[in-house]
Design a binder for this molecule. Structure first.
Ligand code: SAM
Length: 245
């Protein structure tokens, strides 16, 4: 089956290995590409995520699909020496780049690095005060399983924040964004990282991801309550938050 844009849709059982190839391939250049492709705006989206997380000294935080650890870095300062942050990712290369970066920045003993699949988190029930998944959920094969797994390991009263590409709320912006992501992005990927294919995957995975209200419903189905979302940059990105009661 080909998608709307003529790319081959990846069958579900091949998706995980395709995602693994993409992130092994982009790991070393991931941070540079992130700044370049989002014109640095991903930093603003992440700052808002930190503000809404309500993390305090002593808290336990899970940053799943945490990759190169931008959120973990900030959380590790917020939770202080009595708290802990788990940077977890399914991909060894991303986790290695993240760990090296955090160690270079002097992040200390309150961060643990765990290779884990969001669908089957290897932690006991009711472990974390806060869980974040930033630009990760769209890469997960079984998103409902991942949301259930995250809800399970949250403590009662804990918050789940999902930062992800979403659906622009204005048709003009939507058109411009399609041009950008399907034409310019793969070219930038080719020029800067020598890898157009990974950036084509990126554009396609964004297009296939559930829109704001669908994701809200999926979070509610996974058992989260008081789910709400905020559109950022005209809905190009949305920040969803739910609470486990
Ligand atoms: N959170 C980081 C950020 O915002 O910069 C990294 C986001 S990166 C676009 C997506 C990450 O999701 C990759 O590091 C990838 O390995 C990870 N990932 C993909 N599928 C996953 C899964 N099933 N479980 C955990 N992590 C996964």
């Amino acid at each position: 089956r080909t998608t709307h844009f003529g790319y081959q849709e990846v069958p579900v059982d091949e998706k995980a290995s395709r995602v693994a190839d993409v992130f092994h391939s982009v790991a070393a250049r991931y941070d540079v590409m992130n700044d370049l492709m989002s014109f640095g705006i991903h930093r603003v989206w992440k700052r808002l995520t930190i503000e809404r997380a309500g993390v305090r000294p002593g808290h336990s935080v899970l940053d799943i699909a945490g990759g190169t650890g931008d959120l973990t870095l900030k959380f590790s300062r917020l939770v202080g020496p009595r708290g802990r942050v788990v940077l977890a990712d399914i991909n060894e290369s991303m986790l290695r780049v993240g760990r090296d970066k955090l160690l270079d920045r002097g992040v200390g003993g309150n961060v643990e690095y765990v290779q884990a699949n969001a669908e089957t988190l290897p932690f006991p029930d009711n472990t974390f005060d806060c869980i974040t998944i930033a630009f990760g959920l769209r890469n997960v094969t079984d998103k409902d399983a991942a949301l259930r797994s995250m809800a399970r390991v949250l403590k009662p009263g804990g918050r789940l924040l999902v930062l992800e590409f979403s659906k622009p709320d204005n048709p003009l912006l939507s058109q411009a964004y399609d041009q950008y992501s399907f034409r310019l992005l793969p070219r930038m990927g080719e020029l800067v990282a020598g890898d157009a294919e990974s950036y084509r995957y990126l554009a396609e995975s964004i297009r296939m991801h559930p829109d704001q209200d669908t994701l809200k419903g999926m979070m509610e189905d996974a058992g989260l309550e008081r789910v709400e979302y905020t559109n950022l940059t005209g809905g190009i990105v949305a920040l969803h938050r739910g609470i486990k009661l």
